[in-house]
Design a protein around this ligand. Sequence first.
Ligand SMILES: Cc1cc2nc3c(=O)[nH]c(=O)nc-3n(C[C@H](O)[C@H](O)[C@H](O)COP(=O)(O)O)c2cc1C
Length: 186
Amino acid sequence: MDVSQTIRKRRAYRSLDPVAITDDLIKDLARHAQLAPSCSNNQPWRFVFVYDPRALKEMHAALSSGNVWAQASSMIIAVFSKEEDDCVIRDRVYHQFDVGLSVGFLVLRATELGLVAHPIAGFSPKKTREILGIPKEYKVITLIILGKHAETLSPVLSEKQSSDEKRRPKRKRLDRFVFLNRFTSQ
Ligand SMILES: Cc1cc2nc3c(=O)[nH]c(=O)nc-3n(C[C@H](O)[C@H](O)[C@H](O)COP(=O)(O)O)c2cc1C
């Protein structure tokens, strides 16, 4: 077992080379997402794996302008769920939390396979629903952009995106989010 190595290797790269999409790859990623824990084992996550070149091209219309780099992806995975499919305990609504866990598992598996799986929020859920036929009652949470990390920098990246490509964006120090025994405000 070396989960730690995979976690440290994962990056949200934006310079992408194509990768062959096979049924086996889709099943492999889906089987890892499937094993995520969820409230009452409700498994609220839903995924559309978009890899047909024509469908993929249609999905480019749903990307925000800052995500032009994602047009180089070989597969876009639309991730969606609805509140009724998972626990709601007073003000605690769990479907997006559980979907996040399954996406985490999928992303780590993709990383282990040598791929880039980059979740984005910069997209139009409305256009995504229209293009993919996803009913209105579902919330489209993210698109996962899949490809292989290219050695050469994508020419469409902004300055900030180019520098993020070379060096992992900084994380908060542990003492900003870890509390021992009791919460303390800084
Ligand atoms: C929910 C979510 C939304 C994100 N949205 C975008 C996005 O729209 N465009 C983008 O280029 N990166 C997006 N990212 C990637 C983050 O910018 C990236 O994970 C962060 O800068 C840390 O970099 P790292 O993952 O390489 O460590 C998103 C990541 C997450 C988890």
